[in-house]
Design a protein around this ligand. Structure first.
Ligand SMILES: [Zn+2]
Length: 163
């Protein structure tokens, strides 16, 4: 189903699949949002190595396009993982900005000062920053909850990455 055989798949998600895009980014997958208004958009994506993902019926039978059946984002994620054969070792949990899809970079606590709540600044370590939009990320219960949901969905052991 997936045309690209490169190690790192590059997904282009229809703009209506925003929640799915966020979850793919949590897994560290390259998942950009694109308004798939017509076939020229699809052809352009395919010719530049992207895997278009959509729920629009009109693109259902286009070779190379991933058509998702479910309208629930976690079920869509399971569908996509299955259809594209995404493996555990391709996952880089919490390595990408969930807002803008950019790879995160480590930053010092000083770099996070003023951008996170005081109690987080006092207690958290391992801050990461998005070089594109400036959002700061840190370990915590929110991450653990997401990792637990992903473990339940995929059966993967993500313990070593959810600190
Ligand atoms: Zn960002």
């Amino acid at each position: 189903m997936c045309g690209a055989s490169a190690p790192a798949k590059r997904f282009a998600l229809d703009s209506m699949l925003g929640k799915l895009a966020k979850w793919l980014r949590v897994l560290g997958m390259d998942a950009r949002s694109v308004l798939m208004a017509d076939r020229t958009v699809i052809e352009s994506l395919l010719s530049t190595g992207f895997i278009p993902v959509t729920r629009r019926e009109k693109f259902r039978d286009r070779e190379g396009v991933i058509f998702l059946c479910s309208d629930r984002h976690l079920e869509q994620l399971a569908e996509l993982i299955s259809l594209c054969g995404i493996q555990r070792d391709q996952v880089r949990l919490f390595s990408r900005c969930t807002l803008c899809n950019t790879g995160l970079e480590p930053t010092s606590p000083e770099g996070a000062f003023g951008a996170v709540p005081d109690y987080i600044f006092q207690t958290a370590r391992d801050f990461r920053k998005c070089p594109q939009c400036g959002r700061i990320y840190w370990p915590g219960s929110h991450r653990q909850n997401m990792a637990a949901q992903l473990e339940a969905l995929t059966g993967w052991n993500l313990q070593d990455e959810q600190r």
